[in-house]
Design a binder for this molecule. Structure first.
Ligand SMILES: Nc1nc2c(ncn2[C@@H]2O[C@H](COP(=O)(O)OP(=O)(O)OP(=O)(O)O)[C@@H](O)[C@H]2O)c(=O)[nH]1
Ligand SMILES: [Mg+2]
Length: 383
């Protein structure tokens, strides 16, 4: 059996070459689009690689052998060893028994078919799609920033398509998250101030955290700067009453230091603020002025995971001018699209501290870890 591979422009050229070189009995075993190797060919058009097989060798191929070392483009790249390529089939058969030779050819053909199947990048259905194709298709549904997609693509090509698998993808994303997660141990400040857009869940998150602190036996106090929205104070007071912890209500920012003094025996002070529209400079400046009154604090920006990519970018940029130290990603339970987890890493250099997954106090809050974020990112991926 003779097997030959051709790099050609199209199927027409392939058929002509096969008929000319192997004769009309040859059959096409497979075809696929490939890019010629080497970085110089990165932006070249893909070519067609066609593999043909001829069951019994013809008496002699009717084409001249190319000069050694110079193989013109579009010419044969055989799976048979080069020295075998230069020899006529009759000579090959003389070197060993005909059966041995056939067996070897069949083994080689099988190996080649296995490799072709592995490399195959089919596009219909999840069956037969390679892992990187599935991963990229999954990520494309996540409203991701282009730079994340570029990073993943670069990683896939660095690893090599055939070598890319779930384990490597998890490793990649763990490294990706490494720069954007924060563990509780690192958060040392006693006063945590929560800022963020309206309705993202700041007050509810404060209630969850306060309950956790109380359950741990730590003295906890609350301060609210939100006297703007009707019912805002009442909302936090309800939680304070249930948890039996003190609540200080601040109506002017100058009262801040006095309130902090009154809570000086607390291990943790959680400060709530009014939600601010990140497109309103006046509201952001007001928040910034309040923050300036509080010394030694950890400022935590709450953003909702349901926020679309362009708005998330704007919120993180505009609140970046106010200044914050870490992020809480809320309402992860309200979306199926977890792109915001990765997008935050592109739009902010601050780490995610917690994420929240529901309205229930105190249970629906999670400490961030690379593992649990990864589960969200790869959730629903069809391999
Ligand atoms: N599904 C879901 N709802 C949440 C989550 N966190 C908060 N909520 C709900 O979101 C709504 C707004 O929550 P708040 O805590 O009042 O939000 P806020 O940011 O304090 O709002 P403002 O003070 O008005 O800016 C409430 O109905 C909460 O129960 C969450 O993780 N998942
Ligand atoms: Mg609130």
């Amino acid at each position: 059996m003779t097997i030959r591979r051709y790099l050609v422009k199209d199927m027409k050229e392939a058929r002509a070459r096969i008929r000319y070189e192997l004769g009309s009995d040859a059959i096409i075993v497979s075809s696929r689009k490939v890019r010629p190797k080497g970085w110089k060919n990165l932006f070249r058009k893909k070519r067609l690689e066609v593999t043909a097989a001829l069951d019994s060798p013809r008496s002699a191929p009717s084409f001249p052998n190319p000069p050694a070392g110079k193989i013109p483009e579009g010419t044969v790249r055989s799976s048979v060893r080069p020295e075998a390529q230069r020899q006529q089939p009759q000579q090959l058969l003389q070197q060993g028994s005909r059966e041995e030779h056939l067996e070897k050819e069949i083994r080689e053909l099988k190996k080649m078919m296995d490799r072709l199947m592995e490399e195959k990048e089919g596009s219909e259905g999840s069956e037969g799609r390679s892992f990187p194709v599935c991963l990229m298709q999954h990520l494309k549904t996540m409203d991701l920033d282009d730079s994340v997609l570029r990073e993943v693509t670069a990683f896939c090509s660095q690893v090599g398509n055939a070598g890319m698998d779930l384990r490597k993808a998890r490793q990649f994303f763990s490294d990706f998250f490494h720069r954007s997660i924060l563990t509780e141990e690192k958060a040392e400040q006693r006063v945590w101030v929560f800022i963020g857009p309206t309705g993202v869940g700041k007050t509810t998150t404060i209630a969850k955290l306060a309950a956790r602190e109380v359950l741990k036996g730590r003295k906890t106090g609350l301060i609210t700067l939100d006297t703007f929205r009707i019912g805002a104070v009442g909302q936090l007071r309800t939680y304070a009453d249930i948890l039996h912890i003190p609540l200080e209500v601040i109506s002017s920012r100058q009262d801040m230091s006095g309130a902090a003094d009154r809570l000086q025996n607390c291990d943790r002070i959680l400060v709530d603020s009014a939600g601010s529209n990140s497109r309103r400079m006046d509201q952001l400046l007001e928040i910034q002025a309040c923050l300036d009154e509080i010394k030694e604090k950890q400022t935590i920006l709450a953003v909702s995971a349901t926020t679309r990519r362009s708005d998330l970018k704007m919120i993180l940029e505009n609140y970046g001018n106010v200044g914050y130290d870490s992020i809480i990603l809320t309402k992860l339970d309200e979306t199926q699209c977890y792109g915001s987890i990765l997008n935050i890493g592109c739009y902010s250099d601050k780490p995610i501290r917690y994420f929240t997954v529901g309205q229930a106090v105190p249970e629906d809050i999670r400490q961030v870890s690379g593992e649990n974020l990864l589960d969200y990112v790869l959730k629903g991926m069809e391999v």
